[in-house]
Design a protein around this ligand. Sequence first.
Ligand code: FE
Length: 134
Amino acid sequence: MSQMAKSDAQWKQELSPEQFQVCRRRGTEAPFTGEYYECNDPGIYRCVCCGAELFSSQAKFASGCGWPSFYAPIQSDHLATREDHSFGMVRIEVLCARCEAHLGHVFPDGSKPTGLRYCINSVALKLDPDSRDA
Ligand code: FE
């Protein structure tokens, strides 16, 4: 981790206020509002902060939870996780392994084949349209 350490001032310059709040301050976008919540376009979802490849559209599924949901990352080592005890809950926070952007959380109530639901803020992602078979 911390392969791409930048100061808050740097991130503030590069990100929109909402991107900064979610990715660098562990915020959460309002449910059912995100750009990618109902998106079914093929491609690779990258980290909005550093461009790392995080999720394939092939692993996206309709969870109904209000945020883009994926059953697996593109590569497990592209994500980092840690326990999050905020709001009186124990959840598993999901971060970009390269730049430590807060992405969302992972829950064990997901879809086949993994049974996981990576519940990710749209604002933390940038869809890279992919002409490859997707
Ligand atoms: Fe990143």
